[in-house]
Design a protein around this ligand. Sequence first.
Ligand SMILES: Nc1ncnc2c1ncn2[C@@H]1O[C@H](COP(=O)(O)OP(=O)(O)O)[C@@H](O)[C@H]1O
Ligand SMILES: [Mg+2]
Length: 281
Amino acid sequence: MPKKPLDFKKKEEKRRKDEDLFKVVDSAIDTATYNGLMLVSKKLNLEEIFGSISSGKEAKIYPAKDFKGKFYALKVFYVSTAQSKKALIKYTKGDYRFEGAKVGSTRSLVELWTKKEFRNLRDMFDAGVRVPEPYIFFRNILVMDFIGENGVRAPLLKELPDDEINEDVYMDILEQITKMIKKARLVHGDLSEYNILVKDKKPYIIDVSQALPIEHDKSLELLKNDVENINRFFANKGIEVQGTDSFLSNLLGDLDVHNCGGSEDTGSKQDNPETGRDDQL
Ligand SMILES: Nc1ncnc2c1ncn2[C@@H]1O[C@H](COP(=O)(O)OP(=O)(O)O)[C@@H](O)[C@H]1O
Ligand SMILES: [Mg+2]
């Protein structure tokens, strides 16, 4: 038998290494996403990517572990869903941070959506809101801190046993909303017991792709809805809740809402996974 040429052998070895890293066969992952995952893995020194723990309307979540044993959550947005396209258009229109963005193909829309969630997480994290720390994004892949223990995710507020649902958790969530508004100047827009993980009694806010600046036309309506969702959940659990209107008037009373507009060129394609912030958006 003839010997295999050297570069062929090398390629085969590389493929085997990649397969080691990503043992999960997943039909949701197209070639471009797969290649993106390989790049992200290299950048973060990932040892393994595990099977998805959630398949939502717009994305799948995969836990991953680096060689030091640190866990990450990889949020991989589907590249072609009408859902993401509709939502993206709705939630980026009127957001001054994304006004200059070029959004032609569905893929570029989804990439912008990924970037938007990263930016929202970054702004919230920097403002001291308890969200998973975002690390990098690349194309339709966002990498953030894994909220859980040893690859087992923390329960959602929705899944928390009744005896762990108390006023402290409620007040803590109101505090996170307050920081979001006053420091990050963002409205979550889809806050509910389904988008809060609770670890060591502390609520972590997740799923922030649709979050909008408070200057946006729809922000007040969305904020009211967020607070109503939280109040409804805790009231149903027998916790005494603050009236939505009085909480909102306290929160917004001294807030200076002005349009700090200005369009930004969000660029089109990245070539490398990035970690900084100014060069990303
Ligand atoms: N950082 C994270 N750490 C652990 N689990 C996560 C993390 N982010 C998301 N999840 C899990 O994945 C699910 C879906 O994530 P989410 O961001 O809410 O996407 P969507 O609801 O749009 O599908 C969450 O309900 C949660 O169970
Ligand atoms: Mg969600």
